[in-house]
Write a protein that binds this ligand. Structure first.
Ligand code: CA2
Length: 177
């Protein structure tokens, strides 16, 4: 008795013709959030808004995709974990895989020489410093940033929209927007 193999028919699609953009591998943008930003949307909505970190990260992924980038997100309450991510981003930038970093270092912004050194150590990888609140309109200890002198750009006081502005800035720097 002959055995009949039933297969699901597959549509025959024309093979894609790579254009100038399609021929390039999609690069990645890394969104780094520091201490306490895991609490976004759960407390202090008057200062930091009502968007949760998960919602913000999903927005960043969607916005990056619209501009032709893969987006990876990482949050940590630990300074060393953020430094490890920046060092790894530097290697990935050198390898041509990563286009830039959006960094909200939270309160480490105002304290961390180690983060300043880490960003300096991965130049010319563009790191955009983001703050949800306008740090200059707040307590004086928030007016100084160790990140700013090493950053390729700074977005301050636009709420969580600042992350999208930073992604757009990175896309422009990478020549993609
Ligand atoms: O405005 C920003 O994005 C800050 O980086 C946020 C940091 C603050 O230390 C910086 O001065 C400015 C604090 C992040 C804490 O996030 C929370 C979110 C919700 C509830 C509590 C804290």
């Amino acid at each position: 008795m002959p055995r009949i193999k039933i297969t699901t028919p597959r549509p025959i699609l024309p093979s894609p013709i790579p254009g100038p953009k399609a021929s390039k591998a999609m690069k990645t943008l890394l969104i780094l959030n520091g201490p306490n930003l895991n609490l976004l949307g759960t407390r202090e909505p008057t200062v930091y808004g009502a968007t949760t970190l998960a919602e913000l990260e999903a927005e960043c992924v969607g916005h990056g995709q619209r501009l032709g980038f893969a987006v990876e997100c990482f949050q940590s309450n630990h300074e060393g974990a953020l430094i490890d991510q920046i060092q790894s981003a530097g290697r990935r930038f050198q390898a041509g895989e990563l286009a830039g970093v959006v960094l909200n270092a939270g309160a480490f912004t105002h304290t961390s020489v180690a983060l300043f050194d880490a960003i300096g150590g991965v130049k010319p990888l563009p790191v955009i410093e983001v703050h949800i609140s306008n740090v200059h309109a707040r307590e004086s200890f928030r007016h100084h940033s160790y990140i700013s002198p090493a950053a390729a750009g700074i977005v301050v006081g636009f709420g969580t929209d600042g992350y999208r502005l930073a992604i757009e800035g990175l896309a422009r720097k990478a020549g993609a927007a």
